[in-house]
Design a protein around this ligand. Structure first.
Ligand SMILES: O=P(O)(O)OC[C@H]1O[C@@](CO)(OP(=O)(O)O)[C@@H](O)[C@@H]1O
Length: 619
């Protein structure tokens, strides 16, 4: 502890100022370590001069790339098990909601349930109403003191205990997330959170709950589009669920319905299909009452009568936007029909594949006879987006934050299969030291990995017309990309590692010793915890959203060379992982995660090129 007394003679007046400085005793070893780290940071960086976009990389990479990478010709020799999703294809439809109204015994008839839902919807969320009223009166009225007014809008960090948590009366996003009573608030930061607060305050109740009702003939990519949209909205933090009516039909009426069941003049069949659609809608509305925010209602919904039934059930409870998928490309349709027969549970017991295809085509003709394109209400028409040769969106009566984002997401999506390769940078000097953040260069092992990666990329993408290499602006990723030649490289600030704020450059042990409350807060809620003057994982997800949109939009392969926390967030999107799991997803060094995005969903494959700390001379 150091004390100092400063005296300032201003003419006759002497100003005194006492200063007390708290210092902690550092052992000589810690002092030396922090001096070394300090020197390392101020070493001239080897990549500062490179532009954000380099199209024709220097030839020097070619020389290095030629030798010492020692990769086997057969890349499958490096394949390692994928800990999360297995190596099989995850069929999108299997990720849909289990029909609770069918699984619960004695589920009430449609009308009773609908009446119950209408009755309960007047209760609303008392604590949230109270909260919003308090906030309205504070903001609308006059906060009692200037201090409180200033405090109202200061978001003092979610997890860091260094800031007093604002009282219930002051306004701060953290209360919304932490107040377990307030439902429908996304687990998110930034724009998503701000829009949610605005909608809670000013949007009519039904606008705060959104039903995206799919419309379209079979084999138009409805289920795949529904799954993609569900994944995107969940990743942004919106409580989103995918309700597939086909699943309800199969549960209630079995999986071996022939095409006749789907005839427009088959009264029994029509009633049965409307019944399960109503059950699914009731389940979705019940789920919204319990706090769900966006329901993706996946069915053909091919007639105006059916759509009117759904709109009537949703009246006053949620906003409906119809999402119609239209496809005129016969090749795409043929491919989708064959994929559907191959993978749909409807044909799981069909031994004769071609007979299955014929039956499905017959079912299709029955739907085509009664199909009425959407012309009513709010709608988004996706026209030939599936083929990936352009396509377009037609929209009508779309407004608000979330619908706007959904349109922007859908206009950037396509189904052209292509691989996305995710990998961390090569081992860095700070990885060896166990220091987080920073901007250190690569260790010897990290440099060897960069050469192996260049070899891998050359082999894996040699059949591709083109590809691009994305890095962060930190030198450990730029240096890792350096030996790769022949592909344009782009530096993204958005791909920089999570900002550890005041803890940048420290080891976890040093944080635990010198900032135990920070360490403990992060351990307790790593997803929401924000480093003082740094970021949380929720912050990282929000800043990665433009990267996800661009990854969806790209038609050529992309190699993303980034960081542990950033890749956890990106991987969680493709693997549709719950947000709570994001901060602990395994993203080992020197491993490439290949994500294959295609018509059937997302497939994952992992290649481990070498160990982290002790490089092997040549594989
Ligand atoms: O969220 P945690 O588990 O701390 O992981 C993030 C940390 O991983 C590290 C390595 O410790 O990332 P990377 O080396 O991939 O850039 C740190 O820089 C970063 O702070």
């Amino acid at each position: 502890m150091g004390n100092a007394l400063f005296k300032l003679n201003e003419g006759k007046e002497v100003l005194e100022c006492k200063v007390q400085v708290e210092t902690e005793m550092l052992s000589p070893i810690d002092l030396a370590a922090s001096w070394r780290a300090h020197q390392e940071y101020f070493q001239p960086s080897r990549v500062r001069g490179t532009h954000d976009v380099t199209i024709n990389p220097g030839l020097e990479g070619r020389a290095k790339n030629g030798f010492a990478s020692g990769l086997e010709l057969d890349l499958d020799k490096y394949v390692v098990p994928t800990p999360n999703m297995g190596s099989g294809v995850v069929y999108a439809a299997s990720l849909t909601e289990n029909p609770r109204s069918l699984l619960q015994t004695g589920s009430s008839s449609n009308n009773d349930t609908t009446k119950d839902i209408l009755h309960n919807s007047t209760k609303g969320d008392s604590s949230l109403n109270h909260y919003v009223n308090t906030m309205k009166s504070t903001i609308g009225g006059h906060a009692s003191s200037l201090e409180e007014q200033r405090a109202m809008f200061v978001d003092r960090g979610v997890g860091s205990p260094n800031f007093a948590r604002p009282t219930m009366e002051t306004f701060s996003m953290s209360n919304f997330k932490l107040d377990s009573e307030s439902k429908g608030m996304p687990a998110a930061e930034g724009a998503v959170a701000a829009a949610a607060v605005a909608d809670q305050m000013y949007g009519p109740k039904e606008d705060r709950k959104l039903a995206i009702v799919l419309v379209g003939l079979p084999a138009r990519g409805k289920t795949f589009t529904a799954a993609k949209l569900t994944r995107y909205l969940r990743w942004l933090g919106h409580e989103t669920k995918h309700f597939n009516v086909g699943k309800y039909r199969r549960l209630k009426h079995g999986t071996n319905q022939t095409a006749d069941f789907f005839r427009g003049d088959n009264r029994e069949g029509v009633e049965a299909r409307n019944e399960v659609a109503a059950l699914a809608m009731e389940d979705m509305l019940s789920w919204m009452q319990e706090g769900g925010q966006v329901g993706i209602f996946d069915a053909t919904n091919s007639t105006r009568i059916r759509r009117n039934m759904l709109m009537k059930m949703a009246e006053g409870k949620c906003k409906i936007i119809f999402l119609e998928t239209l496809c005129n490309d016969q090749d795409v349709l043929e491919r989708n029909i064959r994929l559907k027969v191959q993978q749909s549970p409807d044909y799981a017991e069909q031994t004769d594949f071609e007979a299955g295809v014929q039956d499905f085509k017959e079912r299709l003709t029955y739907y085509e006879k009664v199909y009425e394109p959407v012309e009513e209400g709010s709608y988004i028409k996706m026209i030939d987006m599936v083929s990936g040769k352009g396509g377009q969106l037609k929209i009508n009566d779309i407004s608000g934050y979330l619908p706007g984002r959904i349109v922007f997401f859908l206009v950037n999506c396509h189904l052209t299969p292509r691989p996305i390769l995710l990998t961390r940078h090569g081992e860095s000097m700070d990885n060896v030291r166990g220091r987080i953040g920073g901007d250190s260069s690569l260790s010897e092992a990290g440099e060897l990995y960069s050469r192996k990666l260049a070899s891998f990329v050359e082999k894996r993408l040699k059949s591709e017309r083109t590809a691009s290499i994305w890095t962060s602006t930190l030198q450990r990723t730029i240096l890792t990309a350096h030996p790769i030649i022949g592909f344009p490289k782009i530096q993204w600030r958005a791909l920089d590692e999570i900002n550890a704020g005041v803890c940048d450059g420290m080891t976890y042990d040093e944080i635990k010793k010198s900032k135990p409350e920070e360490y403990e807060s992060r351990r307790k809620d790593k997803l929401r915890y924000r480093y003082p003057r740094g970021e949380s994982y929720l912050d990282v997800i929000q800043r990665l959203e433009p990267v996800i949109i661009e990854l969806e939009r790209q038609r050529a392969p992309v190699v993303v060379i980034a960081h542990q926390a950033v890749l956890r967030a990106l991987y969680a999107y493709f693997a549709d992982k719950p947000l709570e799991e994001v901060p602990n997803i395994e993203i080992p060094l020197h491993t490439i995660i290949e994500i294959q995005m295609g018509v059937a969903g997302v497939q994952e494959k992992r290649y481990k090129l070498m160990d982290a700390i002790h490089p092997t001379a040549g594989l």
